[in-house]
Design a protein around this ligand. Sequence first.
Ligand SMILES: Nc1ncnc2c1ncn2[C@@H]1O[C@H](COP(=O)(O)OP(=O)(O)OP(=O)(O)O)[C@@H](O)[C@H]1O
Ligand SMILES: [Mg+2]
Length: 596
Amino acid sequence: MPRPTRASELSPEQRATERAQARDVSLRRVGALFTAHKRPLFVVIAIIVASSVVGMASPFLLREVIDVALPDQNVGLLVWLVAGMVGVAALTSAMGVVQTWISTRIGQEVMHRLRTDVFAHLQRQSIAFFTRTRTGEVQSRITNDIGGMQSVVTSTATSIAANLTTTVATAVAMIALSWRLSLISLIVMPPAIYLSRKVAALRRAITAQRQRELADLNVTIEEGLSISGVQLSKTLGTSAALVDRFTRTSERLIDLQLRSDLAGRWRMASMSVIFAAIPAAIYLCAGLPATRGGMTIGTLVAFTALQGGLFRPLTSLLNVGVSITSSLALFARIFEYLDLPVEIDEPAEPVLVDPDRIRGDVRIEDVTFTYGSSDTAALAGIDLTVPAGQTLALVGETGSSKSTLGSLMARLADPTAGRITIDGIDLRRFRLADLARIVGVVSQETYLLHTTVRENLRYARPDATDEQIEAAARAAQVHDLIASLPDGYDTMVGSRGHRFSGGEKQRLAIARTLLRNPRVLVLDEATSALDTATERAVQQAFDELARGRTTITIAHRLSTVRDADQIAVLDHGRIVETGTHESLLEGAGRYAALSA
Ligand SMILES: Nc1ncnc2c1ncn2[C@@H]1O[C@H](COP(=O)(O)OP(=O)(O)OP(=O)(O)O)[C@@H](O)[C@H]1O
Ligand SMILES: [Mg+2]
């Protein structure tokens, strides 16, 4: 089945990518990556030039063997010449090894820099970036594109240098041997080169298509074989359709691979014919009275040997443009990531605070927030004050932007208008690390790392002792559960914590936040209903966590709401009521209707 036009399936992210690939990447910027490696680069080029010059000695030695040493039966000279031939081969090979070593090292170091720069830069991106980026896209760029650069950096650059020097050196040697024969090969060369370039272009087109199909295959694997993906496909009964999609993509790959390999085969086949034809033509010319011009057998043999070695570097040189373009496309994809503006950045002039001394007076002042992709405001005109140590409960129907408000508290996004302050300081003026210590978040969906329970908890506070971890787990009502596991705190939580129930995961998240000991807490209760026993445990854990802290609870359970100092009812991103449980019930407004 032919796929529908792909343009409609592209995310804005991908479209931007294609645009970036079309756009020129400045060579200067690519060059700048290598400035730190100037000296080794110079050594590489010197080795390349030296080895092609040394390599040119071989045909001249060969000519001497055939024209002088053999006919004269001069054994002494023959031994010297033969030893020279072996010596040249040994020397050039040794230089080749050193050159590969240095250039691979440079390539790896540049790659390492890029890889870590991209990783660090993407870490600074706001949540919005990750919501609009297709899963697997970032991963693919960091691993495949930067991986692809290794070959670009080491092979494109060094092969240009190597081919250029080989071509020049060979051409010079050929003319030195016989200008007549050089002229003849000049005539045969163009059609051969034309043919090889044509096949190469065909092959490239096929390769590009194959790359796209491979990316599709990867997305299918990601969506079909990740734990959440498998769960979804099993419950929706789409396993068969997924297998089908995978099969079709895989089938198209067979065809593409076949065509690409065959194009390669045709190229090889036509090359072999030409390779055979060129020396044949040269022998013919050497024998014809008109073109003979008194050349020796040695010259003839040496010349054909040289000329056979000229073809490959020459064609690669002619394709240099293509390899540079495709390398630049890789760089473009990486630079695009490095150029992403950081939306939530460190303040230029941070207010330096001691996170432990923050009281935790929270004020939300006339805050409006619109998601980048949307045209209606998710939050509008929010004004709330939560005095230090008090509790605010946010209630409202699903989709009323409660979690959105919570995410603003932790600066996962910044308000479009208005501001949020803690102790009178705008959130945007705290250093990010300070803010992360001041505001703790237990989100609606808990993410656990694929490691042990202990390491998951310690992730929140790397210097925590085992005792502190256990104390936090106890306070979060999750210690007994952990202790009952086969390996206790050393039990692996499984991919994303699928091993645990929703209520258990949330208590682990509470323990994690307890370890951080933040002044201001944002609790986003899970929407899923918990059984009464679990609910009580979670409630206790929440209470323990909230004690003595300024707490904003996004509440789904009546018990949480009832005890709050203040309740705000959200409706479509606006506050429609505020008050306490009693006052709101008396008002018989929105809250009374919700809790009825
Ligand atoms: N990244 C996003 N981009 C665009 N719109 C979003 C994004 N995240 C949430 N929204 C929209 O913003 C609105 C508020 O979502 P939010 O998650 O804050 O609701 P909520 O009150 O927490 O709901 P629930 O009670 O179900 O958790 C919804 O209409 C949602 O579709
Ligand atoms: Mg929510």
